[in-house]
Every structure is written in C-alpha cells, then in structure tokens.
Design a protein around this ligand. Structure first.
Ligand code: NAD
Length: 270
C-alpha cells in the first residue's frame, strides 16, 4: 500500500465501525503497516469476517469483535476481548458513525439522541477505555514513542454547519472539543489524541450524493480538488497519525477534504 509494513510493527489497534466504508479502509491500511487489528462491527458479522479474512490473506493479523459503541457495557466487553486476544493495545480509531436526518423543527428527541449516542458518546466511551489502558501500560519501548494513540474520525461538519442534520453537525462539533480536551489532558502521559475530518468520501453513508453522475457533478462544485474522496485517502492518513512519523502531532484535526473547507464559493472573488 505504498509504505513500510514495519511502520506499525508489533502494535495492536481497535477500529470501530470497521465492517464497511472508511473504517474498513483504515483497518486494512493499519494491518498493511504491520498492526494487528480488531475489526469492530455492530450488526454485520459476515462483512467483518470477510475483512478479517482479507487482512489475513494479505499476511496481516485481525479479529472481528461485535459491539455497539454507544453502550458502555458493550464497549468494556470489546476492550476486554481485544486485550485477551492481543495482550495489549496501542491504537484506537473512533470511526463508527451514523446519520439520521430531519429538518430541525421536525427532528424528534430520539433522532437527536440516536446520532449523539453513536457519534459522540460512543467515541467518549471508547477513548476512555483506551486511555485507561494506555495509562496503565505506559510506553512500550521499541514499539512506539507514545503510550498510545487515539484517532477520531470527525467530519468537515465539525466546522461547516449542516442544515437538516443538526444532530450530525453537533456530534462532530462536539468531537472537536472532546478530542482537544482529551489531548490536552493526556499529552503529558505520552498519549497522542488527534482527529481526521473527511470531506466527501465515497461510502454508503452518502451514496445518494455521488452514485448518479448528476449528483456527483453537484457535489464536485464543493470540492476544489475535482474528485470525490476514496476511503483509502483516509486509511493512509490514519497510518501516519498512528505511527511515530507524527510523534509531535497532538490535538490536531487533519482535514482530508480536497479543499471542501476552503469556501470554494469564494474562488471567483465572492
Ligand atoms: P458507513 O455507513 O459506510 O460506515 C459507518 C460504520 O459505522 C458502519 O460500519 C456501521 O455499521 C458502523 N456503526 C454505526 N453505528 C454503530 C454502532 N453503534 N456501533 C458500532 N458501529 C457502528 O459510513 P462511513 O462514511 O464509512 O463513515 C465512517 C465515519 O466517517 C463516520 O464517523 C462518518 O461520520 C465519518 N465521515 C464520513 C464521510 C463520508 O463522506 N463518507 C465524511 C465525513 C465523515
């Protein structure tokens, strides 16, 4: 995949929501860089199994672990299972996420909660479990300069408001301060915490906005780079953020959006 398979050698990772889309790519890329990967899934064991088998066929190490990240007991059980399998943990990628759109005045409290629970409370619960582990374990000499790495998969909507999706935008805006506050708290303990904010990446979550050529053309108006992103664009960045190559990077959001956050409407002078 273009980089050394020793970059994450000996490291163990959990990727949430990894049975599809961006999470799947992150799991594959971390494994290709040498990490053993727990492929978390909520409800699709067959897809998770296929990804585990593909990683193993490519010479990597992986295991599928079921858990709904919005449930505290399930998160604890997932970490216990990963620890039992791998013996230790070095990397958490908080990727699982969902949308449940509605105009603001019609959005039910249940619709609001369903997104906040998965996109904000889930990453909080997982990061907390990971941090507790990293603090206990400390730096593993010869494996990484950090005691652990936490990566949130946020969104350009941590800064771009999104009408009709206030639950999603609020969850991603919340991730920004969750990530930064944890980064500030844990940096002295050599735990690095950062986010990746994808722009439009071709996955199921936004299929209707890129599958038909007319829809894709509309979407491309907002992407100065002139293409819709691929999950691999995010997978590669996750490897870098998880590796010692980014050892001095703390509390940062890396926008991978083909320039979507550059206010492309102003390119002609506004
Ligand atoms: P996706 O729908 O393909 O994948 C989301 C994954 O999360 C699925 O595998 C789903 O099963 C899992 N998931 C949902 N609820 C879960 C739960 N309670 N517990 C465990 N897993 C759960 O979409 P994607 O585009 O791959 O999204 C991945 C992440 O990237 C999300 O956080 C999303 O908000 C973010 N993101 C995506 C885009 C994009 O353009 N695709 C842009 C910005 C941010």
């Amino acid at each position: 995949m273009g980089y050394s398979d020793t970059l994450l050698k000996g490291q163990k990772a959990i990727v949430t929501g990894a049975s599809a889309g961006i999470g799947e790519a992150i799991a594959r890329h971390l494994a290709a860089a040498g990490a053993a990967v727990a492929v978390n899934y909520r409800s699709d064991p067959d897809s998770a199994k296929k990804i585990v088998e593909a990683i193993q066929a490519a010479g990597g190490e992986a295991v599928a672990i079921q858990a709904d990240v919005s449930k505290e007991d399930a998160v604890k059980a997932m970490f216990a299972q990963a620890l039992e399998t791998f013996g230790t943990l070095d990397i958490l990628v908080n990727n699982a996420g969902r949308q449940n759109d509605a105009p603001f005045t019609e959005m039910t409290a249940e619709q609001w909660r369903s997104v906040i629970d998965v996109n904000l409370t889930g990453p909080f619960l997982c990061a907390q479990e990971a941090a507790r582990l990293f603090l206990k374990q400390g730096v593993r000499e010869g494996v990484s300069r950090a005691a652990g790495k936490i990566i949130f998969i946020s969104s350009v909507h941590e800064v771009i408001p999104w009408a009709g999706r206030v639950n999603y935008a609020a969850s991603k805006g919340g991730i920004e301060q969750l990530m930064k506050s944890i980064a500030q708290e844990l940096a002295p303990s050599k735990i690095r915490v950062n986010s990746i904010a994808p722009g439009a990446i071709k996955t199921d979550i936004n299929r209707e906005s890129w599958e038909k050529p007319e829809a894709e053309a509309e979407l491309l108006k907002r992407i100065p780079a002139g293409r819709v992103g691929e999950s691999d664009d995010i997978g590669k960045a996750a490897v870098w953020l998880a590796s010692d190559e980014s050892d001095y990077v703390n509390g940062t959001t890396l926008f991978i959006d083909g320039g979507m956050t550059l206010y492309p409407e102003f390119a002609d002078g506004g």
